[in-house]
Design a binder for this molecule. Structure first.
Ligand code: SF4
Length: 120
């Protein structure tokens, strides 16, 4: 790994982070482009434990379409994505649903909910 560029997703400023290995740093990494320490932590976590906001679809009953687009309210570790998608596939929601309605609460105890990405 030379340098990795990532967009910080912690706040709407969306700083561009450049992360590189730095053995003189106690964390083992150097993060540049962050406007605050939360961005530094996010950048290091992105290379040591990649994660992302997960989007997908769940079954929709009585709706205008067969499946409802959903997304997580926070990041999910890459290692848990498959398991989350299996839960999406076995979840059924019933229309009418407002955008932002919680469809799955605290999925896999990750501290994030799965919400409707649109009304249906
Ligand atoms: S580095 Fe700080 S200011 Fe920049 S997007 Fe991340 S949290 Fe926001």
């Amino acid at each position: 790994m030379d340098e990795i560029t990532k967009t910080c997703k912690v706040c709407p400023l969306a700083c561009t982070l450049v992360i590189s290995v730095d053995e003189s740093n106690p964390t083992g990494y150097r993060v540049e482009g962050n406007k605050c320490n939360r961005g530094k932590d996010f950048g290091i976590k992105e290379v040591t434990e990649p994660s992302r906001v997960l989007t997908g679809r769940v079954l929709l009953k009585n709706g205008p379409m067969g499946r409802l687009p959903v997304k997580t309210t926070g990041v999910v570790p890459e290692s848990m994505i498959e398991e989350c998608l299996e839960i999406f596939n076995s979840t059924e929601a019933t229309s009418p649903i407002k955008r932002g309605t919680v469809i799955i609460e605290n999925i896999l105890d990750l501290g994030v909910d799965v919400i409707a990405a649109r009304k249906a």
